[in-house]
Design a protein around this ligand. Sequence first.
Ligand code: SF4
Ligand code: SF4
Length: 61
Amino acid sequence: MFKPEVDAEKCIGCGECVDICPTEVYELIDEKSVPVNADECIGCESCIEVCEQEAITVEEI
Ligand code: SF4
Ligand code: SF4
């Protein structure tokens, strides 16, 4: 399993991670990305690559 996390202090709410995630892990809530479906993460790291703020980490657990 994987644990995607967003640093809300770095996130600017651009939505790029929401758009790119193949399993729809993220939703924008109050202009911040939130991994509401974290259990669906497959660890592809596309969200990490697309986030220019380096706000996302994905840990294997
Ligand atoms: S790509 Fe990064 S800055 Fe943009 S919404 Fe996602 S976490 Fe926030
Ligand atoms: S690592 Fe891949 S599957 Fe997991 S949240 Fe990021 S984009 Fe989605």
